[in-house]
Design a protein around this ligand. Structure first.
Ligand code: NAP
Length: 159
C-alpha cells in the first residue's frame, strides 16, 4: 500500500476492523513511510469504541463509523435484538430537538469528530441523513444500556 501512495495511485491508506494492538503494530513498523489515515469500525451508541476512537485520534488517525444506525437490515438480526432506531432514550432526544432518531445517531458521531457512513437506498432518508450539520449543540446523548453490543463479528486475522 505504501508503494501505491508513493506512485500517486492512492492518496492515503485506510484500514478496517483493526484493533488497538494491530494498529500499534503498524505504527511501530520499522521504516514506516505512510501511516494509516483512517480506521473504519463498527460504531454507534451501543458500541461507542471510546478507547479505540481516542487512541486513533491521539495518533492522527481519523475514525469512520460504519453501521452508525445499527445496521437494522443485516440479514442475521434477530427479532429480539435491541434496535437503535427504536431506542426510547434516543427517540426522546430526537423529539426534544425536532430531529429523527437517525439524525441523532449521526450527529452523535460528528460531534465526537467521527465520520459516519450511513447506508440508504431511500432518497428521502439520504436527504435526511445529510441534514445533521449546524451550530446548535444537540445532545448530551444519554448512552443506552446496551454498551458493547456488536452487530458484526470480526474474525481474527494475521494482520
Ligand atoms: N468495513 C466493514 O467491515 C463494514 C461492515 C459493515 C458495513 N460497512 C459499511 O458501512 C455502511 C453502512 O453500514 P450498514 O448498512 O451496515 O448500516 P447502517 O447504515 O447503520 O444501516 C443501514 C440501514 O438503515 C436504514 N436507514 C438509513 N437511513 C435511515 C433513516 N434516516 N431512517 C431510518 N432508517 C434508515 C437503511 O434502510 P434503507 O436502505 O431501506 O433506506 C438500512 O436498512 C455501508 O456502506 C457498509 O458497506 C462496512
Amino acid at each position: 500500500m505504501e508503494e501505491l501512495v508513493d506512485a500517486g495511485l492512492v492518496k492515503a491508506i485506510g484500514i478496517s476492523n483493526f484493533n488497538h494492538e494491530q494498529i500499534e503494530r503498524i505504527l511501530n513498523k520499522p521504516g514506516l513511510k505512510h501511516k494509516p489515515a483512517n480506521l473504519q469500525i463498527e460504531c454507534n451508541p451501543y458500541l461507542t469504541q471510546e478507547k479505540l476512537v481516542n487512541y486513533c485520534q491521539s495518533k492522527g488517525i481519523v475514525v469512520t463509523a460504519y453501521s452508525p444506525l445499527g445496521s437494522p437490515d443485516r440479514p442475521w438480526a434477530k427479532p429480539e435484538d435491541p434496535s437503535l432506531l427504536d431506542d426510547p432514550k434516543i427517540k426522546e432526544i430526537a423529539a426534544k430537538h425536532n430531529k429523527t432518531t437517525a439524525q441523532v445517531l449521526l450527529r452523535f458521531q460528528i460531534q465526537r469528530n467521527v465520520i459516519v457512513i450511513p447506508k440508504s437506498v431511500t432518497p428521502r432518508r439520504i436527504v435526511e441523513n445529510f441534514q445533521v450539520r449546524g451550530q446548535e449543540p444537540w445532545l448530551g446523548l444519554l448512552l443506552p444500556a446496551q454498551q458493547g453490543r456488536r452487530s458484526f463479528i470480526i474474525l481474527p486475522s494475521s494482520c
